[in-house]
Design a protein around this ligand. Structure first.
Ligand code: DAH
Length: 342
């Protein structure tokens, strides 16, 4: 019996000494061979029956000491394994904050989006709301209600894609003016961005391009209000020195109509290659909303007046960023796009 006890002790000591990197599960299984219900230390206790009575106290103590000892060494080993596992985890999950960071490639906003955002920010700061109308539009909203009836020669100014006889791909965001006025009573201060379509394609025209429409209707609105607003816009969008100039023009939906020029941001008005020597760059069409348009929308032109303006975003982006061919804006060449950051 005593020999058995000694052997068990040696077996356990040897196993634990040799198996330094044992898993917790293997340790548990091994432990059960001794301390489990049917393990060999438990078997020793059962064997007490056969020990002569006078040796029982001594053997009983040896077995009990063995059990206490075994429980302790297994517990120690388990603790040691736990610590090693934790140390390994810490090592594998360690973050070296001095390592160079791995940057993920992020995209940049397209110059058209940048310009659109900037214009919206500028006008939103002056109290404008945003309205976005549909791209497939009724002839009525795109033309008729804007004082361009079916046989009007002004239709030729915009080579329109018709979907059916009554529906078309809107050729101008001016259609939004009608939709806004049909749904809202003055005072109105609305900005309407969107895609427009015309059968046109060269270095300064694209079959799809972007416009931004503005509409202000209230009592006592004059052309001076338009000029003041556009001056503010020009200074914010370009430089604080930028001036605007109104030239007489014609649009069926405004009367009087004007074409608006900016003083050239490159030469400050002296004349250079960019402004073709004139000192001015044309940026948008505008005017006082035609009485007929107000009437078409149920707004009394004797009570209310308003102005409207419309600009091409591609044109603004080309002027602002010095891009000389509109097609660059649609080629999605990342070498160009990467140069624009918000
Ligand atoms: N819709 C015109 C165009 O596409 C631009 C325009 C001119 C809009 C005068 C206006 C305006 O609102 O008043 O050429």
């Amino acid at each position: 019996m005593k020999e058995n006890i000694e052997n068990i002790k040696n077996e356990i000591s040897l196993y634990l000494a040799v198996n330094n990197h044992i898993s917790r599960k293997d340790l548990f299984d091994f432990k059960m061979n001794y301390l489990g219900k049917t393990g060999s230390i438990s078997a020793l206790s059962k064997g007490m029956r056969d020990v002569p009575a006078e040796q029982r106290p001594e053997v009983g103590k040896l077995i009990s000491d063995l059990r206490t000892w075994a429980e302790q060494v297994f517990a120690d080993k388990e603790e040691q394994i736990k610590k090693a596992e934790l140390a390994a985890r810490y090592a594998s999950e360690r973050i070296d904050v001095t390592m160079p960071a791995q940057f993920r490639e992020t995209g940049t906003l397209h110059p058209i989006s940048l310009v659109k955002k900037e214009i919206i920010d500028c006008f939103a700061g002056m109290g404008f709301e945003i309205f976005e109308g549909p791209e497939i539009e009724k002839d009525y909203y795109n033309f008729q209600a804007l004082n361009i009836p079916a046989d009007h020669p002004a239709r030729d100014m915009q080579d329109t894609f018709f979907v059916t006889e009554d529906f078309l791909l809107r050729s101008q965001t001016s259609s939004g003016q009608i939709r806004v006025m049909e749904n809202k009573r003055p005072p109105i201060k609305v900005l309407s961005p969107g895609r427009v379509y015309r059968s046109d394609s060269d270095a300064t025209h694209s079959p799809m391009f972007h416009q931004m429409e503005g509409l202000v209707v209230d009592k006592g609105i004059t052309l001076c209000d338009l000029k003041g607003l556009l001056d503010e816009f020009a200074r914010k969008m370009f430089t604080s020195e930028t001036k605007t100039r109104l030239r007489p023009s014609y649009f069926p939906f405004t009367e009087p109509s004007v074409e608006v020029d900016l003083s050239c941001h490159n030469c400050g008005g002296k004349g250079c290659r960019i402004c073709k020597g004139t000192g001015w760059i044309e940026i948008l069409g505008a005017g006082m909303v035609n009485r007929k348009v107000l009437e078409n929308c149920g707004v009394d032109p004797d009570e209310y007046t308003g102005f409207a303006f419309g600009m091409g975003l591609e044109r603004i982006a080309m002027i602002k960023y010095g891009i000389n061919d509109m097609r660059y804006l649609f080629e999605n060449d990342v070498r160009l796009l990467k140069q624009f950051k918000d």
